[in-house]
Ligand binder design. Structure first.
Ligand code: GLN
Length: 452
């Protein structure tokens, strides 16, 4: 049914870069066979899932939305993809994204943008716009995203779906094509909080193949989502981030957010205002740290080891081939980030830019720590604005970067954060974000499920 739905609507939505119909049918048959043989089934047996094209899938094309990896079929599965298979899910295909997960609208995909199912003239968010649009268009019931600065939560918010960024290190990065290694966090996307929790539970947990993976089991996010769904938040103290609930967001977004805060209060939560004075420096710090790490990570795309190779005619030097390949294979936003990153890391500027940004990162983490001494979780709108029309933010990079104003702090800190639909503004979805302390992913699910 989902393959039929993709066939019917995806030429309009363009959520998928690659549909693996054959692989999906094979996986579904395998589940049927196990069932008839009376063999044990995985926890999500037979449930279709769409996977952001940032995760490697054995034998199935993986492009990261970039021309530089066009045609590359990885020889191995990402840990998350392996866990999805072990859980019995049926992978439908790979979803569209901004090239190398750099962007907030999927307009920077080298394969054309994804459209928002709510209004096909508007963006579905980014970088994981494909995963969230696939959910909103009923092309898939579950999807995987990755969140470096907001790429799970912001697409969730603007498509009226749920997106959760787990605690950094709570989900494996093995097989996740790296953008900014100290921030990259794969996680679940779904249409309900409980579905996201069910997916989170099977993909999360320690992975010895990822050196930053936390050697602890996933908190019981499913039980927490179920408990939250009962709608009782008595005894839960929520902190309204003062810096993110006044100005800086569209009035319609703030109105929907305030209604949701009232609803949380009615469910028994105590809501107090909390100040996080360094959050306003999160965006500039992020745009030094993430390009710096990107400039190092993307050095491996050299035209020799993976995918595209340009100009290798036997007369050119290795350096020329490398340079021609990178010029042709990377899009403008990726080149901008590499240049920003190499500049920020260059000798003489390192302390002034990269070093300074790292200090700001520490101050932001301290804001979180201080807040969590007073409250159980923080809340804010997920994004400052609803889905915007195509082309309206591409001419000025800063306007695009602003989409992640409210999501970036929790990436710099490393704690979990989820976006849950909280109403409409001008007929378009608005998301509310719940941010929790590191490894308290269960708490975040409980609050989000209550609101739903
Ligand atoms: N939009 C942000 C960026 O462009 C975040 C991307 C992400 O989370 N992958 O870097």
């Amino acid at each position: 049914a989902h393959l039929d739905r993709i066939g019917a609507v995806d030429d309009q939505v363009h959520a998928f870069l690659h549909v693996d119909a054959e692989g999906a049918e094979r996986a579904a048959r395998a589940v049927d066979e196990r069932r008839s043989a009376g063999e044990p089934l995985g926890p999500l047996a037979g449930v279709p899932v769409a996977v952001k094209d940032v995760l490697t899938t054995r034998g199935v094309p993986t492009t990261v939305g970039s021309k530089i990896l066009e045609g590359w079929r990885p020889p191995y599965d990402a840990t998350i993809v392996q866990r999805l298979r072990d859980a019995g899910t049926v992978m439908l295909g790979k979803t569209n994204m901004d090239e190398f997960a750099m962007g907030s609208s999927t307009e920077y995909s080298a394969y054309g943008p994804t459209r928002n199912p709510w209004d096909l003239t508007r963006i579905p968010g980014g970088s994981g716009g494909g995963s969230s649009a696939a959910l909103a268009a009923y092309e898939a019931p579950l999807a995987i995203g990755s969140d470096t600065g907001g790429s799970i939560r912001q697409p969730g918010a603007v498509t009226g779906t749920v997106g959760a960024k787990p605690t950094y290190g709570g989900t494996s990065r093995y097989g996740l094509v790296a953008f900014s290694s100290s921030l990259d966090t794969p996680g679940p996307c779904a249409r309900t909080v409980l579905d996201a929790a069910l997916l989170h539970q099977v993909i999360g947990g320690h992975d010895p193949r990822d050196s930053t993976s936390i050697p602890q089991p996933v908190p019981d996010v499913v039980a927490a989502a179920r408990a939250g769904a009962a709608g009782d938040l008595t005894g839960v103290k929520l902190g309204l981030v003062r810096e993110f609930s006044g100005e800086g967001a569209e009035p319609g977004v703030l109105a929907a957010f305030r209604d949701a805060v009232d609803a949380l209060t009615k469910l028994g939560a105590e809501v107090v205002e909390v100040s996080c004075p360094h959050f306003e420096y999160a965006l500039p710090a992020y745009y030094l740290i993430s390009p710096s790490e990107c400039s190092s990570n993307l050095a491996r795309f050299d035209g020799v080891r993976f995918g595209l190779r340009v100009g290798d005619d036997g007369n050119r030097s290795l350096e020329e081939v490398m340079s021609l390949t990178r010029d042709a294979g990377f899009g403008p936003e990726v080149k901008r980030r590499i240049i920003l990153g190499t500049y920020a890391l260059s000798s003489g500027y390192y302390e002034a830019y990269y070093g300074q940004a790292q200090k700001v990162r520490t101050l932001i983490s301290r804001d979180f720590a201080a807040a969590f001494e007073r409250v159980d979780a923080l809340i804010a709108p997920t994004t400052p604005f609803v889905a915007f029309p195509f082309g309206s933010r591409t001419s000025d990079p800063y306007q695009m970067y602003l989409a992640d104003l409210f999501t970036i702090p929790s990436n710099l800190y490393g704690g979990p954060a989820i976006s849950v639909p909280c109403g409409l503004s001008e007929g378009l979805p608005v998301g509310l974000q719940v941010m929790a302390p590191t490894m308290a992913d269960d708490r975040m699910y409980r609050v989000a499920a209550a609101l739903e």
